[in-house]
Write a new protein. Sequence first.
Length: 326
Amino acid sequence: MWPRISTPSGIVEGLAGWPPPVLDPAGPYAGSVAALSWALIALAAGIFLIVLAALWIALRGRERLRARLGGERAIWIGGVVFPVVVLTALLIWGLTLTRNLSEPAGGPELRMRVSGEMWWWRVSYLDGNGRAFMQDANELHIPVGRTIAIELVSPDVIHSFWVPQLSGKLDMVPGRRNLIRIQADRPGTYAGICAEYCGGPHALMGFLVVAHAPDDYARWLAARRAPRAAPPDRQSARGAALFVSAGCAACHRIAGTPANGQAGPDLTHVGSRRTLGAGILPNNRGTMIGWIGNSQAIKPGNRMPPYTVLPGEDLQALAAYLEAQR
C-alpha cells in the first residue's frame, strides 16, 4: 500500500526518503555538513543564553554587576575579542571539516550528469570519457560506498541540487557546469529537492536517490542495459502505437523505439520508477492515467499539456504501455 500523498509541499509523504531528514547523514559528505550544522546550532544557543543573561543583569542585576557589564573592559571582551576568536576558530574548523566537499575523492569515482529542468530532473549516466550511455529522470541509482561525481547543469533558470542525507547543496546555473559529490554508506532511498526557487511549481520538484549494495547495483545496471522487450500484451501494443500517434513521442524518448523527443523526461524505464511528476505521486496504473489525462490538475504550471480529449480506453492503453517500460 502506498501512503497518503496530500501534503503541503505536494511531495509524497511516507514514501521511503520523504520528508528528507536534514541532520541524519548517511555518507561522509553529508556527515561534514551535519557536524558543522550542529556546531552552529549549539554555538547560537550558547550565545543566545549569554545575551539573555546580560539582559537580565542589565534589567535586574546588582548595581556593581551592571556597572561592570557596561564598562570598557566588558565591551572589548564581549564586542571584539570574543567574536574575533570564536569566528576565526569556527572559520578554520569549518573549512577543514568540509574540505572533502571540494577535494577529489581518494578512489575511483562514478560520474553522472543531472540537469535541472522546469520542473523535473534529467539524469545521465556517464562513461569514463564523459559520454552519456543511459538516460533517466527524477531518480538516481548509485552503489553503496562509492563516490559519485555529479555534473550539475541547467538549460533554463537557476535550480539547486540537494540530497540532505548524502551531501550539501549546490546551485545549477545556466551556462555553467558545477560539480558535487555524493556518497551513501548504507543501502536505502534518499530524498532530494530543488533548494532554489525556480518559479512555477518549484515546491513540487523532488527526486530520489536509490543506493544499492554493490552486487545489487551491478545487477540493476545489467538489467537496464539489456535489450528492450516488445510490449507484453495487446493493450500495451496499442498503447505503443498511441504513444506515437498522440504526439507523446515528440517530447519523450523511449530507447529502442521511434520515440526520441528531448523536451520532456526520458520514459525508457518509467515503469520502474517509484514516483511520477518529480516526486509528487506514487507510480501505479491509476496515477499514470491521471497524469497523462490532466497533469495540470495535479501539478499546475508544468510543461505537459492536458490530454482530456483522449477516451478512457486510450488512457488505459498508454498507461499499460508505460507501466511495461522497466
